[in-house]
Structures are given as C-alpha cells and as structure tokens.
Design a binder for this molecule. Structure first.
Ligand SMILES: [Zn+2]
Length: 363
C-alpha cells in the first residue's frame, strides 16, 4: 500500500471526536518530513492563519455570488434538517463578514451551483466523497480552478453534534473551500503539501499577516468537539479580508525623517535622511504594498511587487495595517532630494490591485 492515513498522533483530542484536515491522505515520507520540520521549528512562533498558495485560492472575480446547492439526500440522514439549516446559516455568516467580497446565494440545482453540499452516502456525490473515518464530521475540497472547492461531504454516520456544532463545522469546512488551512497546522504537524479529498493536490500553508499564534478560538482551529458554537474571530476576519477584501481603499503619505548623530544604535544609522512611506489601509486590512521609483521620463528605476511586467523586483514591499516604511536613504542630511514614486496595493493573490499615479516627492 502506497499511502497511509494522516498520522493524527499529534492531534489533541477534545472529548471523543476531532476534525482532521479533509481526511487527508499522504504518503509516509511526506508526513514524517512535515512532522520533523514542525518539531525542528518548535521554537519558532507560528501565527494563526494560513492559506494555500496564491494559485490555490479563489480568483477575486469568483468570490461574489457563489452559488450553492444542498443535495436533497441531506433530508434522509440523521439530523438532516438541522444540517440543512446549519449550511444555510454558515453560508449566510460568511456572506455577512463586513468588507469581505465573499457572498453566497442558494440555487435550485446542482448543475447551477459552484459548490454542492452532499451527505457522503448520497447517490449523487462523487464516489471519492465517501468518508470512511467515523470520527470525521465532514470533508471538503480546496479551491478548484480559481473557484471555490466544488463540494463538501457530510458524514452521514459521523459523530453526533449539536445544532451549534453543525453550524461550526460548516463554517470551518467552507473556510477550506475558500483556501484556508487549519490555523494550527504547524503545531499539529499537518503536511504543508499533500493530497486531499478526491486526490486533490494541496499546496502551501502561507502566513496571513496580523494574526496571533495558533489561536484556539479561530474557526479554522482543530480539533473540535462538535458542541459549542465557534464564531469568526479577529484572526479569521483579518485572514479572509487579506485574501478577499471587497475593495482596497488605502491612504498614504510620504514623510521625511532625519536621524540625529546618536540615534538608537539597534535601529537607526546616524546622520542620514530618510524618505518614508506611511500607509493607512481602510478598516485595518492588511495589503501588500507596492513601491516603484521612477525617473523623470517615467522609466522604472527600482520596482516592487510580484506582478510582472510593471512590478517585478523588490525595493519596498510589505504587508501592513499601519506602518512607516523607509523607502529611500540619503547619507547627506542637508541634501535637497526629488524622487518620483508610484504606489500600489494588492490583496493576497495579487489579483485585486490599485495603483496610484506617480507622485513627485521633494524631501
Ligand atoms: Zn479542517
């Protein structure tokens, strides 16, 4: 046998049940490498939210009006009516996150839907959606072809859950279909790259900025005992807004700082003049900040960002809510400098971009 089930020995169990990542199947070599890496990194603080690689999340254009369908076979399983209600509640909860581009709407057939919720014993579900592990509530696809994961499978003979538990499980599984990994994936030793439900290849566990270590209150935390309601916490909101903000409306300004002859030696060079960029994103979203320095003819002298061809190399790029970033230094304090900068901002995937016209800065 080439594959083995995900080793859950590092997963803490709360009560009798827990979630594992999408019933993840992974070869031993990969998982042990991942666990060893996790152990090696035990002293490294890991932060709360992770996303699959940028090619594995939704294109921003696919985030609005995501069409979902609930397979009628949901009515035939234990607690089916509650599951249906929980699905409708959870999709609405995602829709209601303020300033987020993700919205859901129900449709009346699977053929119209971007994502279908099936019981795992439904005649209509792809065979690979069957959940053999009795302690798994549900399993989900990660994003498919720049769109949402195309189905969620609910274990018809899975562990018992309260109604609140069903809502929480659905919020969590929808998070996976939007490209979110477990918030504590590193501390539990989950493989970064692996094979998910239906043989789907999953890549990446990338930090989403502004979140806190592991965060047990995250909707994307695991394990879960299936009882209490878990709401989106601050880290969840920061994460999803980094990926799928409804728009990007930052303000920014330039600021000149002159360091004295005896500045803080840990941080500053003496007797230099710095041109800084201060950014204030709307609603404390975190954006990738792009900085291009231009010559008088508009040619790029130095670039930033990940999007060729206009932005290619890096000079000043960062993620921020509010920060002051040094973008140019002159060692002559009393110099009079003129620089031309073009500033832009991106979401996580880099497919929602705002670029401001070049600005001449005298500093
Ligand atoms: Zn999960």
């Amino acid at each position: 046998m080439l594959c083995t089930k995900l080793d859950t020995s590092n997963v803490k169990i709360i009560g009798d049940y827990y979630l594992v990542e999408n019933d993840l199947i992974i070869d031993k070599k990969t998982i042990y490498a991942a666990i060893n890496k996790s152990r090696a990194n035990n002293n490294t603080p890991h932060t709360e939210q992770y996303a699959t690689d940028v090619t594995g999340v939704l294109a921003w254009n696919n985030t609005a009006n995501i069409k979902y369908f609930i397979d009628p076979a949901m009515n035939n399983i234990t607690g089916g009516a509650d599951w249906i209600s929980a699905i409708n509640t959870a999709t609405q909860d995602w829709t209601n996150i303020p300033n987020c581009a993700v919205t859901f709407q129900p449709v009346s057939s699977a053929s119209q839907a971007n994502i279908v919720f099936y019981p795992d014993n439904s005649p209509a579900i792809p065979a690979c959606g069957f959940i053999s592990n009795p302690i798994v509530y549900a399993s989900s696809k990660f994003p498919v072809n720049d769109g949402i994961g195309d189905f969620i499978s609910i274990n018809a003979d899975g562990p018992p859950t309260t109604f609140d538990g069903k809502i929480t499980v659905m919020r969590h599984e929808i998070g996976h279909t939007l490209g979110m990994r477990h918030s504590n994936m590193y501390s539990t030793g989950e493989p970064v790259n692996g094979t998910g439900m239906c043989g789907q290849q999953v890549f990446g566990g990338n930090l989403l900025h502004g979140t806190i270590p592991d965060d047990p209150t995250s909707i994307m935390n695991t394990p879960y005992a299936g009882v209490n309601i878990i709401n989106f916490d601050a880290g969840d909101t920061l994460a999803v807004l980094q990926m799928y903000p409804d728009n990007i409306q930052p303000t920014f300004f330039f600021k000149t700082i002159i360091e004295p002859a005896n500045p803080d030696p840990r941080r500053d060079r003496p007797n230099v003049k710095k041109l800084c960029l201060r950014v204030d994103p709307k609603n404390n979203f975190w954006y990738r900040v792009l900085v291009d320095r231009l010559d008088n003819a508009g040619n790029i002298l130095q670039h930033s960002s990940i999007l060729p061809p206009r932005f290619s190399n890096l000079i000043g790029v960062g993620w921020s809510t509010q920060f002051i970033q040094v973008i140019e230094i002159n060692t002559v304090v009393n110099s009079a400098n003129t620089s031309i900068y073009r500033i832009g901002f991106q979401n996580y995937r880099g497919d929602l971009v705002i670029s401001f016209p070049p600005t001449t800065v005298n500093w």
